[in-house]
Design a protein around this ligand. Structure first.
Ligand code: ZN
Length: 64
């Protein structure tokens, strides 16, 4: 299984698009829970790391 690494500031693409039409999110917080901000409307969500990695499709751009 492929392991995807991510860190704060990365732009990621999720499997499900947000109702606003964007499926790209910026990571604002990592740890036990992952905080992501929608690139389309700025909506912020926190979710458990396991759920996040299951929803994650890939990293669009890396922060550093
Ligand atoms: Zn949105």
């Amino acid at each position: 299984m492929e392991k995807i690494t991510f860190s704060v500031g990365d732009i990621v693409r999720m499997k499900k698009a947000h109702p606003c039409g964007s499926n790209e999110w910026e990571i604002t917080r990592t740890g036990m829970d992952i905080g992501i901000k929608c690139c389309g409307c700025g909506h912020f969500v926190m979710m458990p790391r396991v759920k996040f990695t299951r929803m994650l499709r890939g990293v669009v751009s890396q922060a550093k």
